[in-house]
Design a protein around this ligand. Structure first.
Ligand code: FUB
Ligand code: ZN
Length: 610
């Protein structure tokens, strides 16, 4: 097993370009607007533990704690890079409320203290351990940002209680959490504090999953939360996608920490099953809103795609961990697919609104077809992003993702530096200084200057979609990376990855995409929106013989494409005999998929007729 160490986002300064714009918006707009919406809805107020039956205070939800914990984690990452007294004060206030309201025995959960204290650790699907997991991640982040242990002390006390209840007394009504997350969080805390009790507890929850029958919800079976068989035997990704990919991320972490080759093998199999059979071209996973879950292989409907933003983040997290334990560029390829498509389609360009579901096709007519029946709308994804949801897990997941985008760029081991993503930045770590200059994803020239790495190798990922590239120095290909040897104190490498449009057909097993094509340019997926096109989106037939024109568009901060296409010649008939049917030439504009629904409601499609 490889053991690369990712370079912390704290050591990486993103200079300009696509991600700098996103980070600035995250820091100046998103973190505050998510906070304000969480305030409006009572999520912050809930930390005062002042809800009572008949009071005006909104009733806490079982996982509001986790929404705020993710917000805290995000705010901590932001202040780790740029001190901000407002955010810091907000964090301190929340932490002091937590300290004040933590139970004597260490328990901390708002819902199960003020609403249903009688059900403490009784209902497996009530997210207590999931919420604790997010508080642990927030504690790690706050410590990294400030060196302060106040939040760590709170979660540590709670973890001791969990160890007692789950591993010693075994008095909880279940063995493993209904929603995974605590496992990966505990391993993060273990890496920070080096206290083995955290790793042991993570391993306990990983190892106990699927070995016995456990409490189920009334509407799901054991595969919903990956408890159908022991984790080492799992080969097929099943159930709720976020739960699944948080578990797989923890399994990858655990495989690394304990040198467990069986766990690693399971991770590899699960990854293959997802990316070869169950993932949208956008990187989205979860084809159905029923259980927000994986369905069966090749079932990838575009208009009803669930493709939750958190699920894309979770798959990215899994792939990102795998890239550091297996030298295979396909893992970082999936990170790339997610960060430019399935994840950031989840946030509006102004940084204020979010998609929970990320469909790959919208036809507004589907929403209004039942003209004579009241309330007969289909169960279809919303067409415009919202600032907050009653289940608002995605917005704070997005803020923590954007704040730490720098974490996905580099890894190191004793002898090498690895460059996984192409983001313009300066980085300084382990005596090595790196500068990356590029206009990626709009242009493919990447200049990488490295100093302090004499005698080491530099591995640069060559994206799987790139068939031909140029490099300024000699290299060999290892695991999909171009490997360069550094024989001087400072070296400057240049690679050129052509950013040219590429058409994709899907596997013949994917019914929804039959007879259609999708277009990608560099790592970015494209779609057609009605607002840019006169032709009805479903009527566009792409002309693949003429190269699409590429044009940089500042609204999207990325290229758009213009290309030749055909449309059906106007006819008044509903059905046209084939000998009377004809097409005429037209042109279409395609925009980055991540940018759809930023200019009002519009029909949209990724897959277009060929
Ligand atoms: O259950 C907590 C979170 O809410 C899940 O991770 C999301 O899928 C949503 O159901
Ligand atoms: Zn979510």
């Amino acid at each position: 097993m490889e053991k690369l160490t990712p370079v912390s986002f704290k050591n990486v300064n993103i200079k300009d370009g696509f991600w700098k714009r996103r980070m600035d918006i995250n820091e100046k707009v998103t973190i505050f607007s998510v906070r304000d919406r969480f305030r409006d809805t009572g999520r912050f107020e809930a930390f005062k533990f002042n809800w009572k039956e008949d009071s005006d205070v909104p009733k806490p939800h079982i996982f509001w704690d986790s929404d705020v914990a993710k917000w805290m984690e995000s705010a901590a990452y932001i202040i780790a890079k740029n001190p901000n007294s407002e955010l810091q004060a907000e964090l301190e206030e929340l932490i002091s409320l937590m300290k004040k309201n933590q139970c004597e025995d260490g328990y901390f959960n708002i819902f199960h203290t003020v609403v249903q204290s009688e059900n403490r650790f009784m209902i497996r699907d009530n997210h207590e351990l999931y919420c604790l997991g997010h508080f642990i991640e927030a504690a790690v982040a706050y410590y990294m940002a400030t060196g302060k242990e106040n939040l760590i002390n709170i979660v540590d006390k709670y973890i001791d209680l969990v160890i007692r209840i789950f591993c010693v007394d075994k008095s909880a009504a279940f063995m493993t959490p209904g929603h995974e997350e605590i496992e990966l969080a505990l391993i993060r805390l273990y890496r920070l504090k080096k206290d083995k009790k955290y790793l042991d507890l993570a391993m306990f929850f990983i190892n106990e999953r699927g070995v016995r029958e456990e409490q189920l919800t009334s509407w799901s079976n054991s595969s919903y939360n990956q408890s159908h068989i022991p984790v080492r035997q799992q080969k097929e990704a099943m159930g709720h996608c976020v739960r699944a990919c948080y578990l797989y991320s923890a399994m990858a972490d655990a495989a690394r920490e304990t040198d467990d080759s069986e766990l690693l093998e399971a991770c590899k199999n699960l990854f293959e099953d997802i990316v070869n059979k169950k993932m949208y071209i956008s990187g989205g996973i979860g084809s159905s809103h029923h259980g927000e879950a994986f369905t069966v292989a090749y079932d990838l409907p575009n208009d009803t795609a669930y493709a939750e933003t958190c699920a894309s983040i979770a798959l990215m997290m899994f792939a990102d961990r795998m890239k550091d334990i297996v030298l295979d560029s396909r893992y970082a390829d999936i990170v790339e697919r997610e960060i430019y498509n399935g994840i950031i389609s989840g946030i509006s360009l102004d940084g204020k609104a979010f998609f929970y579901e990320n469909p790959l096709e919208i036809d507004l007519c589907d929403r209004y077809r039942h003209t004579s029946v009241i309330n007969a709308n289909e169960r279809l994804p919303i067409t415009q992003r919202q600032e907050v949801f009653s289940c608002s897990c995605c917005p704070p997941n997005m803020t923590r993702f954007i704040a730490t985008i720098g974490e996905h760029i580099f890894s190191t081991d004793e002898n090498s530096l690895y460059v996984h993503q192409f983001i313009p930045c300066n980085a300084d770590f382990n005596g090595i200084k790196v500068e990356v200059s590029t206009e990626y994803p709009s242009k493919g020239n990447v200049r990488i200057s490295v100093s302090g790495a004499k005698g080491k190798s530099v591995y640069i990922r060559i994206p799987g979609w790139c068939k031909k590239f140029e490099a300024s120095e000699n290299y060999e290909i290892c695991g999909g990376y171009a490997k360069f040897f550094v024989d001087e104190d400072a070296i400057e490498l240049e690679i050129n990855i052509p950013i040219i449009p590429r058409f994709y057909a899907s596997s013949s097993f994917v019914r929804a995409d039959a007879g259609k094509l999708a277009l990608m340019c560099g790592p970015v997926l494209y779609c057609a929106e009605q607002i840019d096109n006169d032709v009805k989106i479903s009527d566009i037939r792409l002309d693949t013989k003429v190269k699409p024109e590429i044009e940089f568009n500042s609204f999207f901060g990325c290229n758009i494409l213009k290309m030749k296409a055909y449309k059906t010649k106007d006819s008044q008939s509903l059905y046209i005999p084939l000998d009377e049917f004809s097409e005429e030439e037209t042109s279409v504009t395609l925009i980055p998929y991540f940018g759809f629904a930023n200019r009002g409601e519009s029909d949209m499609a990724v897959w277009l007729k060929k």
